[in-house]
Ligand binder design. Structure first.
Ligand code: GLY
Length: 326
C-alpha cells in the first residue's frame, strides 16, 4: 500500500514537473532583408506563430503545429518557400523541406520538388507513409500524386518579386540583395514544444536565386536544416545552404545543448563557430527540452515570432524583442 502511494506521488510530481507552456517559435529567414520587406516579414511570422500556437492549444500535436505554421509561410509571398520561392537558372521553382519528431527521431524530407503548394506537408507524408527520410525530384512528385496531394499549375508558384530577383541576378550576379545567392533569405521554419515536453521541427525553402537546376539545400537535410530530439531540443536553421550543410548547423546546436549549454548559448555558439569557419551567414531558432528558447543570426536580419498566452513576441533586428497583446 505504502509503495503504491509513493509511486502515485512520484508520478503526480513528474506530471506537474513536465507540464510546461506550449510554444511554437517560427523564423522567416535570415539574410540581408531590405527595409521595404521588413513589415511584410513581421506580419507573416506573427500570423504563422499564432496559427501554430492555436493548434497546440486546441490539443493538436507538435508535428501538426509546426506543419501549420510553415504552411502559412509557404502561402505567403513574403517568404522564400512555397508561393514566392526564388527561381533557379531556368526560371523554375524547385523546393526543399523537412520535418522531424523528437519522440522517436522519425523524419521526412523532400528535395527539388515542383508544383506543390506545401512541400512541408509532403515531407510529413514521407515521414509517416514511407520507410525513407528523403525523396527527390520526379520521385517526390510521383509520391505526392499517389498520396492525393494536389499539384498546382506549372509557373503558379512564381511571384513577381522572385522574377525580378532572378533578372537582377542574371545581370549583376551575386549582388547581396535580399534574394540573391549571397543574401538568400526567406527560408521558413518552426520548432514546437507541447505541455508534455514533446518536440518537433520543420523547415521549408525555395533555395537560392540563380541556383543550378537540381540543386539541393541544407533545408531538406536532417542535422543541417532541421533536428528534433525530445532528450535535448529542436532546431530549424536558415541562411546560406551550402555553408549550413557543411557545418551541420542544426546538429551542432543540439551537440552544444547536449554538452550543457542553454538553448540561447548553444545557438549563439554554433552560429559564431560556423561564421569563423565558413564565409556565409545563417540564423537558427531553438527550443530546449525544458522549453528555453534560442534565437540568433549572423546575418543582418532574421524575422522570428512566438506566442505565449495572450502575448506575441517578435523581432527582426539584432537585439529586438517586441511584445504585444493579441
Ligand atoms: N538555406 C536555404 C538554402 O540555401 O537553400
Amino acid at each position: 500500500m505504502e509503495s503504491f502511494v509513493l509511486i502515485l506521488v512520484i508520478s503526480l510530481f513528474a506530471e506537474i514537473r513536465c507540464k510546461m507552456e506550449p510554444i511554437v517559435l517560427v523564423h522567416g529567414g535570415a539574410g540581408d532583408i531590405p527595409d521595404s520587406r521588413v513589415s511584410l516579414k513581421i506580419t507573416g511570422v506573427k500570423k504563422a506563430a499564432s496559427l501554430g500556437y492555436k493548434v497546440l492549444k486546441n490539443g493538436g500535436s507538435v508535428v501538426e503545429a509546426v506543419e501549420e505554421a510553415v504552411k502559412s509561410m509557404e502561402d505567403d509571398e513574403a517568404f522564400n518557400a512555397g508561393y514566392g520561392s526564388v527561381l533557379n537558372l531556368d526560371g523554375d521553382v524547385e523546393m526543399d523541406a523537412s520535418i522531424m519528431l523528437g519522440s522517436n527521431l522519425l523524419s521526412g524530407g523532400v528535395t527539388v520538388v515542383k508544383d506543390i503548394a506545401h512541400p512541408i506537408s509532403l515531407a510529413r507524408l514521407v515521414m509517416e507513409k514511407t520507410p525513407h527520410f528523403l525523396l527527390a525530384g520526379a520521385g517526390a512528385n510521383r509520391f505526392a500524386k499517389e498520396q492525393g496531394v494536389p499539384s498546382v499549375p506549372p509557373g503558379s508558384l512564381v511571384s513577381k518579386y522572385a522574377k525580378e530577383a532572378l533578372e537582377h541576378f542574371m545581370k549583376y550576379g551575386d549582388n547581396g540583395t535580399e534574394m540573391s545567392g549571397v543574401g538568400e533569405v526567406g527560408t521558413v521554419g518552426a520548432v514546437a514544444i507541447d505541455s508534455k515536453g514533446r518536440l518537433a521541427a520543420a523547415t521549408s525553402t525555395g533555395g537560392i536565386t540563380g541556383k543550378m537546376a537540381g540543386r539541393s539545400s541544407d533545408t531538406c537535410i536532417i542535422g543541417s536544416g532541421t533536428y528534433a530530439d525530445d532528450n535535448v531540443g529542436a532546431v530549424s536553421t536558415t541562411g546560406h545552404g551550402e555553408s549550413i550543410a557543411r557545418f551541420c548547423l542544426a546538429h551542432a546546436i543540439i551537440y552544444e545543448m547536449r554538452n550543457g549549454s542553454s538553448a540561447s548559448e548553444a545557438t549563439a555558439k554554433a552560429l559564431k563557430e560556423m561564421k569563423g569557419r565558413l564565409p556565409n551567414t545563417a540564423g537558427a531558432i531553438t527550443i530546449s527540452k525544458s522549453g528555453e528558447l534560442g534565437i540568433d543570426f549572423t546575418s543582418r536580419r532574421m524575422a522570428w515570432a512566438y506566442q505565449v498566452k495572450d502575448e506575441m513576441h517578435f523581432g527582426i533586428e539584432h537585439g529586438q524583442h517586441t511584445k504585444e497583446k493579441v
